[in-house]
Design a protein around this ligand. Structure first.
Ligand code: NAP
Ligand code: GDD
Length: 328
């Protein structure tokens, strides 16, 4: 019988790549979706969910990380083999505007799923993945960051992720749950949300090249990030749940680049000089910034056989190419 996986956040960047990956592996994939006034499923439309009735192995369920009863009911009726908790209010800047909501969904939401696992009686067989984040390292205490680097979050989002991370460790130790956290460094793709900096840049570069836009407003260009390709990172999530024992792993590229470097790569790919177009807007600054992220993925390489293939320059090119193609 096909294994059953439940993905929260299936409509997001990572959820859509993970759904694709698991369907290819023969899984029956269930996704938790929240109700919106308009359908918000562009990233998974090509997988043809229940609305189209064409893919019986992709089934969507209404629910919300803020609604624990819906989670208990779903886990009880579904009895999934694997749960990937990818849902979150995932925007760091926005978390300063809505800290309470971010704490509730990104932090306590993970606790609601963990508790639903216990309440629904599936704790002995299910394997659980928590989407932890390099944002937990914040004001970094070591370079590069590993699974043992102390956390020092710099945003309500980072604090919520630290809470969810430790709750995952706690449920593993308290209830013997097969629960893993992937501490993922920034990963991007043509499906990246349009308000994250890489996608904002790739869209703007393509539009400027086509004469559809003249300027691009950004905030801090000096921050350094370890950027990888989302499509490669979802395989790492799956690998974590296929091991004999649950554990936590960093997924990263072990390279770091400034926002300026990404601008040069993206605009340079189209023979444009970013300095001619980029303007500063203080609205995009954060009350506290994460200045430097660079991850050491050697544990994932050793234990999972996982390694990133795409680095920043290749990533910038593939994102710009995709945005250019979308304009044609
Ligand atoms: P994303 O594109 O922002 O997707 C977030 C998903 O969560 C969407 O499907 C969203 O649904 C859903 N969601 C939000 N609030 C919810 C709620 N209250 N109940 C149920 N679902 C809700 O994020 P992503 O980039 O794919 O990231 C996936 C996960 O990894 C997130 O937890 C993120 O924090 C974490 N992470 C991401 C990165 C990265 O670089 N991408 C790095 C480390 C960790 P809607 O479509 O309805 O909005
Ligand atoms: N979003 C955005 N918009 N960021 C900007 C802008 C802008 O106009 N201008 C400069 N930046 C800088 C931010 O200040 C930050 O230093 C950097 O670009 C990256 O910002 P984001 O792309 O928003 O990503 P993030 O690093 O804050 O958070 C992402 O990565 C985390 C992993 O470290 C998100 O995907 C989080 O969900 C994830 O956990």
């Amino acid at each position: 019988m096909a294994k059953k996986a439940l993905i929260t956040g299936i409509t997001g960047q990572d959820g859509s790549y993970l759904a694709e990956f698991l369907l290819e592996k023969g899984y029956e994939v269930h996704g938790l979706v929240r109700r919106a006034s308009t359908l918000n499923r562009a990233r998974i439309d090509h997988l043809q969910g229940f609305e189209h009735g064409e893919n019986p192995r992709l089934i969507l369920h209404y629910g919300d990380l803020a609604d624990s009863v819906s989670l208990v009911k779903l886990l009880y009726s579904l009895q999934p083999d694997e749960i990937y908790n990818l849902a979150a209010q995932s925007h760091v800047r926005v978390s300063f505007d809505i800290p309470e909501y971010t704490s509730d969904v990104t932090g306590v939401g993970a606790g609601r799923i963990l508790e639903a696992i216990i309440e629904s009686g599936i704790g002995k067989k299910v394997r659980f993945y928590q989407a932890s984040s390099s944002e937990m390292f914040g004001k970094v205490q070591a370079v590069p960051q590993t699974e043992t680097t102390p956390f020092y979050p710099r945003s309500p989002y980072g604090c919520a992720k630290v809470f969810a991370h430790w709750l995952t460790v706690n449920y593993r130790e308290s209830y013997n749950l097969f629960a893993c956290s992937g501490i993922l460094f920034n990963h991007e793709s043509p499906r990246r949300g349009e308000s994250f900096v890489t996608r904002k840049i790739s869209i703007a570069a393509a539009r400027i090249k086509k004469g559809l836009q003249k300027e691009l407003y950004l905030g801090n260009l000096d921050a350094k990030r370890d950027w990888g390709y989302a499509k490669e990172y979802v395989e790492g999530m799956w690998l974590m749940l296929q091991q004999d024992k649950p554990d936590d792993y960093v997924l990263a590229t072990n390279e770091t680049h400034t926002i300026e470097d990404f601008l040069s790569a993206a605009f340079g790919h189209l023979d444009l000089d970013w300095r001619d177009y980029v303007k500063f807007d203080s609205r995009y600054l954060r009350p506290a910034e994460v200045d430097l992220l660079i991850g050491d993925y050697s544990k994932a390489k050793r234990a999972l056989g996982w390694e990133p293939q795409t680095r920043m320059h290749g990533l910038a090119k593939l994102m710009v190419d995709a945005d250019l193609a979308a304009l044609r």
